[in-house]
Design a protein around this ligand. Structure first.
Ligand SMILES: Nc1ncnc2c1ncn2[C@@H]1O[C@H](COP(=O)(O)OP(=O)(O)O)[C@@H](O)[C@H]1O
Ligand SMILES: O=c1ccn([C@@H]2O[C@H](COP(=O)(O)O)[C@@H](O)[C@H]2O)c(=O)[nH]1
Length: 296
């Protein structure tokens, strides 16, 4: 009997749970969440054997990162080792481009437009997303808002996961990037609330003073939001009014992701093989040993 025939037979057999033979099996994802639900398998032209990619856009300080954190928490992912996460989050801010010396001087004086599409290295973002969709492990640069540049020698590794969230003000702006998302969320928080949150955040976490924050907001952030970010709301599948305060919206999204994770074949296969119910997969699912690209 061929190896694949043997494996197929094992899969159908109750003894597989004992043999644990398929612990190093590379998962195959299909995105067909249920017979009647959306088939995402051809949504972005990539093979179905790729992560489910969710774009999270919205104005500055609308709560994009906080919404992503809540989703991760509710899915029981936040405190897992990076290598064991089934859901991971990446920020578009990691893809700000390197500034020229004169741009750097302007940035130091709060006179550089970080809210314009030209401030981003969209080609690099696109390439990384394609690698993620190809199931590769990737290195994501760490952005330093104090020096307005990518931190040298600091990056974090994103291991192949089932669901990848990408949050940023302009993630829906670049058509080639936008087309890769299987699901698009727009965090819609009113401008006054966003400014009220941005001022203390930029002063406490991003090393700015009040005058600089307000000047940057009036000269660049607000006009660029209206010109480049807000018009991308129309591309969203789900709009989340009030951001992380909107527990109903977050719960609906979490339920959708959770259903996807539960129905993904890897869960079913491994759960069956281990003699477990596939319902126990999220949160607190059995650890998937041997996922491609992850250390054991
Ligand atoms: N619902 C909320 N209530 C109170 N503060 C919030 C809320 N959501 C976000 N914040 C705070 O507002 C600031 C911006 O939120 P963040 O999630 O970083 O926004 P974004 O990622 O869109 O820039 C942070 O300091 C965060 O702690
Ligand atoms: O060096 C920088 C880089 C970015 N910004 C501002 O950050 C926001 C985007 O981040 P959010 O977390 O979505 O708010 C953008 O509005 C830029 O103005 C910066 O000030 N300095």
């Amino acid at each position: 009997m061929s190896m694949s025939g043997f494996l197929q037979k094992c899969r159908a057999s109750a003894y597989c749970g004992v043999l644990k033979i398929r612990k190093s099996y590379r998962p195959i994802h299909t995105y067909k969440m249920a017979d009647k639900s959306t088939d995402y398998s051809t949504a972005n032209g990539f093979e179905s054997k790729t992560p489910f990619l969710i774009g999270v856009a919205g104005g500055t300080a609308s709560g994009k990162s906080t919404v992503c954190q809540r989703i991760m928490e509710k899915l029981g992912q936040q405190h897992k080792e990076q290598t064991e996460r089934r859901v991971v989050c990446i920020s578009q801010d990691s893809f700000y481009r390197t500034l020229t010396p004169s741009e750097r001087l302007r940035a130091e004086r709060g006179q550089f437009n970080f809210d314009h599409p030209d401030a981003f290295d969209d080609k690099k973002l696109l390439a990384i997303l394609k690698d993620i969709l190809a199931g590769k492990k990737v290195e994501i640069p760490e952005y330093d808002y104090i020096t307005n540049s990518i931190s040298p020698n600091r990056s974090h590794t994103i291991y192949p996961a089932d669901v990848v969230l990408i949050e940023g003000i302009l993630v829906f702006y670049f058509p080639e990037v936008r087309e890769l998302f299987h699901m698009k969320l727009f965090v819609d928080t009113d401008s006054d609330t966003r400014l009220a949150r941005r001022v203390p955040r930029d002063i406490m976490e991003r090393g700015r003073d009040l005058e600089q924050v307000l000047n940057q907001y009036m000269n660049f952030v607000k006009p660029a939001f209206e010109e480049f970010c807000l018009p991308t709301k129309k591309f969203a599948d789900v709009i989340i009014p009030r951001g992380a305060d909107n527990l109903v919206a977050i719960d609906l999204i979490v339920q959708h992701i959770s259903d996807y994770l539960k129905r993904s074949p890897v869960d079913k296969t491994i759960a069956l093989e281990l003699g477990l119910s596939s319902q126990s997969s999220v949160p607190g699912s059995p650890q998937r040993a041997g996922k491609g690209g992850r250390p054991h």
